[in-house]
Ligand binder design. Structure first.
Ligand code: ZN
Length: 584
């Protein structure tokens, strides 16, 4: 796999560009390799499309009254309704409009089905960005579409917090279904800030749906975006509420909808680290440790998981951006006592593809939001003397990353700036440049921080970044040495200093010739450093920057600062300043 490290990272950047603080990987099922950290008996990965547990034709034939409950799930929609890539304008086989067609088909078979979204819903495209930041008065477009599709519940994900609590609460208030999160606690009351669960009765069968949110939010988000809230570790919370559902609500089955998934490949499970916090994705821990769960709807990691079984719990995950719809089926038989017993269960992630038409009613409902965003994206704001792209933006200094750095340095009146290659497929054409072209450079809703650090802290940050590359092996190119486990957005490059990354040296000792204003950078030298809020809050394991004194903060997103800069300056500098390079 390392051999294809560069290629894998490319796919990661292209497919997972709008998530962060999350394990991102090209969606696929788990390999069935045995691994010491992952006893085979504990996790049976089925590569078949569906898994059916305890199910037999004999049972069906012998059964008296039986009921099938269908549970559909979407997740990590990230603001996608129209089947389009807003950064390129090209068609994309994603979005709620196509999912809607699949949901309508399923409803024909089972009008009583349950429909649940597992979060990261209201953030992630220019359409929802425009709505949330520039024209927030109308109803949230995602809630509008989901109300129309008659969702039963959704779980707030980490990205629901990106625009602050006012935007979040407005969207929540506009949903005609509850947002569920048992582990999100209002500090003022000590009680859950959302409904912890929902009980739905389907043809006499009681289904408990418990919501859980990844507790990693404070590691990525600005504190005022979750003011007054606390995110508890999820295993204990799941235990408490599954017991309530079983013993007090007397449900016949428990479904846990969680904005969490499974960390990493089972074959690659490592101890927790700042880059891989243990609690961020607790799906497997919950399946193994909490008794009484039948089905887990996963999220957050952008994987597609048709069906996994762990400790008798069925786990499934609907990919991201509406590229899959999960269909789980629970089969119940009535007992002598009149109660219902779950006899069998199955799940499958159905792919969205070109052959599935977008639902016209959903398209019409969302068209005003879509058109408004498209008009904004088409606005011409500057010119570029040549075509620029970000394909090799983590391997050498490029004019595109320098544009981000320049805006950060100027806006923050900073000495040094750190930024990464946030979208490997960003492309600036020669000639007229639109908002769309610029927005594609910076796909996150980050804001700018200027903090005071020392030369030693900057060196430590650059050493941490240089750990993006694997230990040196002669004959391998820098592209081949990129660690596919670390997303490109966590490889920071600096402007305002010059330096070399010597890949032949051990990680932690790779930064050479670090120079500031013509002199070697002294460890005690104080610097004004421009970074984004994600980095300031400790995202990507840059712990050396956490808690640095804040000298300035921008209210606006960095993307908007870049758009403003190009609008004002008109011409995009076409040449990089080549202040850093890789030596190998
Ligand atoms: Zn997430």
């Amino acid at each position: 796999m390392r051999k294809f490290g560069g290629e894998r990272l490319a796919r990661t950047a292209a497919q997972g560009m709008l998530v962060r603080g999350e394990r991102i990987r090209a969606p696929r099922l788990f390999p069935m390799k045995h691994h010491p950290h992952f006893p085979r008996s504990g996790l049976v990965a089925r590569l078949a499309l569906a898994v059916i547990l305890g199910f037999s034709a004999a049972w069906l034939a012998a059964a008296g009254t039986t009921v099938k409950v269908t549970v559909l799930s979407t997740t990590d929609l990230h603001g996608r309704v129209y089947p389009v890539d807003y950064y390129t304008g090209k068609a994309a086989e994603v979005g709620l409009a196509k999912i809607a067609t699949l949901v309508q088909r399923e409803r024909k078979d089972d009008p009583d089905l349950l429909l649940i979204d597992c979060g990261d819903t209201i953030q992630g495209t220019p359409m929802v960005y425009y709505h949330n930041r520039r024209h927030n008065e109308p109803t949230d477009p995602m809630m509008l579409a989901m109300n129309s599709l008659r969702y039963d519940a959704m779980v707030p994900g980490n990205h629901e917090y990106n625009f602050g609590l006012a935007v979040l609460q407005k969207a929540r208030s506009e949903a005609s279904f509850p947002w569920l999160s048992a582990n999100t606690i209002a500090k003022s009351t000590g009680k859950p800030a959302y409904d912890p669960y929902l009980v739905k009765e389907v043809r006499g069968v009681r289904i408990g749906i418990l919501g859980l949110t990844t507790p990693g939010i404070p590691r990525w988000e600005d504190p005022e975006h979750y003011a007054g809230l606390e995110f508890l570790e999820t295993v204990g919370v799941a235990e408490k509420y599954v017991r309530i559902l079983r013993e007090q609500e007397h449900v016949d089955a428990v479904v846990v909808a969680m904005h969490m998934g499974i960390d990493g490949d089972p074959a690659l499970v490592e101890p927790a680290s700042p880059l891989r916090p243990a609690a961020e994705n607790a799906a497997l821990a919950i399946a193994r440790q909490v008794p009484g769960i039948d089905l887990i709807l996963m999220a957050h990691t952008h994987r597609t998981v048709s069906a996994l079984s762990a400790n008798g719990v069925l786990l499934t995950q609907a990919g991201y951006w509406g590229n899959h719809l999960v269909k789980a089926e629970l089969f119940f038989a009535q007992e002598e006592s009149g109660g219902w017993k779950l006899q069998a269960k199955s799940a499958r992630a159905q792919p969205v593809h070109a052959g599935i038409p977008a639902d016209e009613a959903i398209l019409a409902l969302i068209r005003p939001y879509h058109d408004e965003a498209q008009a904004w994206l088409d606005t011409k704001i500057g010119v570029s003397a040549r075509a620029l792209d970000a394909r090799e933006g983590s391997l050498r200094d490029t004019a595109l990353i320098d544009l981000i750095q320049r805006v950060q340095l100027e806006t923050g009146q900073a000495d040094v700036s750190l930024a990464a290659n946030y979208n490997r497929s960003a492309f600036i054409p020669e000639g007229d440049v639109t908002v769309r072209d610029i927005a594609a450079i910076y796909v996150y809703e980050n804001t700018l921080y200027v903090v005071e650090i020392t030369g030693a802290q900057l060196k430590a940050a650059l050493e941490h970044a240089a750990g993006f590359f694997l230990p040196y092996e002669p004959g391998r190119t820098p592209a081949q040495l990129m660690n596919p486990e670390i997303p490109a957005y966590n490889f920071d490059m600096a402007a305002g200093v010059s330096y070399e990354i010597d890949l032949r040296r051990a990680p932690g000792d790779r930064i050479r010739n670090l120079v500031f204003k013509g002199e070697p950078l002294a460890p005690g030298r104080k610097l004004r450093l421009a970074i984004n809020n994600y980095r300031y809050n400790g995202g990507g394991g840059y712990t050396m920057l956490k808690g640095a004194p804040v000298l300035m903060r921008s209210g606006a997103e960095i993307r908007d600062l870049i758009i403003d800069w190009v609008t004002k300056n008109k011409t995009i500098p076409a040449e990089p300043d080549n202040n850093w390079r890789i030596v190998h």
